[in-house]
Design a binder for this molecule. Structure first.
Ligand code: ADP
Ligand code: MG
Length: 371
């Protein structure tokens, strides 16, 4: 029997450096963890009751009996995320009992920075330790994804949870979403006098979920038409041939984005491993153009960030996350940060858009136990 009855754990949000919409095409992604975390104070209890409270949500704690958890009984509230994690752990045969959870977070919610994964992963890590499950981090991420897919009902890929669970400070995480192999790629911006700014546009266009579903379906249709399991199986060299076999211009755009985006991930890794960090700037920008024109998931506000940042001297910029709002990333010399921030705020004010939130993102640690 464990002596450990309670503790404090933290799990970060993430930004994706490159590799967008590739995670449901068996492709490559490269996120890194933000310094922003969701912190959970968790106490084990032996009466089969779960008690959830978040300082971000007003009202009393929400209680659930562990035996009552089922996707059909999801409530549509935020507690589905942690309840889903408990359900997914138990469904996979792990002996998890009750607990009191108190969450406090600095990860912006709904900004494409994965507050949902931070919430899930911190829950899984706390239970892993309190109930001595001995789960490997990648498996933990998978169970968190299962919670989000099956319990919350959001059809997301594996990137967010893996980033929150597996990133390390000073690195970006290369993840092959087919075999789930991963590698830490050195990405120490400060040492090179560089900064990566996150610009949270604070907009979320209402059609984003429907459009996400359409992109997924379109990618599947493209793979089927080309006779491959997933678009990941189209080699970059074979792209012209593959495109010539597709009639639908929309599907052609989706296929071209996925194949070139996987290539961009490989190019970014090659640059980072050769210590050519500044050289990734144009690759990031190419990624944005591809998401805007071929995959068609950008929006006016995200394009405004990218265009303004590039005009003001950034090395590269792109939307990050699913698109239709959310956040963009801007790579620049650290000395440029005030100029760039000023230019972006001014462009948004003159365009009549809400003021975006701009902050530097240092590649930070993945989920960890604090005490
Ligand atoms: P993202 O993951 O990009 O922030 P999602 O829509 O996937 O956006 O997840 C946001 C949702 O996750 C919130 O609406 C809320 O239900 C839940 N959530 C995330 N963090 C917290 C928190 N600290 N407390 C309560 N709910 C949270
Ligand atoms: Mg999310």
């Amino acid at each position: 029997m464990s002596e450990l009855r309670e503790g404090v754990w933290a799990a970060p949000g993430r930004v994706n450096l490159i590799g967008e919409h590739t995670d449901y095409n068996d492709g490559f992604v490269m996120p890194f963890a933000l310094p922003h975390t969701t912190v959970a104070t968790v106490r084990r209890r032996d009466d089969g009751v779960l008690r959830f409270q978040s300082s971000d949500v007003a009202g009393p704690a929400v209680e659930r009996r562990i035996d009552d958890l089922a996707p059909a009984r999801a409530t549509g509230s935020w507690t589905d995320y942690p309840a889903g994690v408990v359900w997914a752990l138990r469904e996979a045969g792990h002996a998890v009992g009750g607990a009191d959870f108190h969450y406090e977070s600095t990860v912006p919610t709904g900004a494409g920075l994965s507050s949902s994964a931070a919430l899930e992963v911190v829950t899984a890590l706390a239970l892993n330790d309190l109930y001595e499950l001995g789960l490997e981090r990648g498996l933990m991420a998978k169970l968190c994804q299962r919670a989000e897919n099956a319990y919350v009902g959001a059809p997301t890929g594996i990137m967010d949870q893996t980033a929150s669970a597996c990133c390390t400070a000073g690195h970006a995480l290369y993840l092959d979403t087919r075999d789930l192999s991963r590698r830490q790629i050195p990405f120490d911006l400060a040492a090179l006098g560089l900064e990566l700014l996150v610009v949270d546009t604070r907009v979320k266009h209402s059609h984003s979920e429907g459009e996400y579903g359409k992109r997924r379906a379109g990618c599947e249709a493209g793979a089927a038409a080309l006779g491959v399991t997933a678009l990941r199986d189209i080699a970059y060299e074979d792209l012209p041939t593959a495109l010539s076999r597709l009639d639908d211009p929309e599907i052609r755009g989706l296929v071209r984005h996925i194949v070139t985006e996987n290539r961009r991930v490989e190019r970014v890794i090659a640059h980072l491993e050769a210590d050519e960090v500044r050289a990734i700037g144009p690759v990031l920008t190419e990624g944005h153009v591809s998401l805007r024109d071929d995959f068609r998931v950008s929006c006016t506000e995200l394009d405004l960030v990218v265009d303004t940042a590039l005009a003001a001297g950034a090395l590269g910029a792109r939307m990050t996350g699913g698109g239709f709002g959310g956040s963009a990333v801007v790579l620049a010399d650290a000395s440029m940060t005030p100029t760039l921030t000023g230019a972006i705020l001014k462009a948004f004010a003159s365009g009549g858009y809400a003021e975006p939130r701009v902050f530097p993102a240092t590649p930070s640690a993945g989920a960890t136990r604090l005490s």
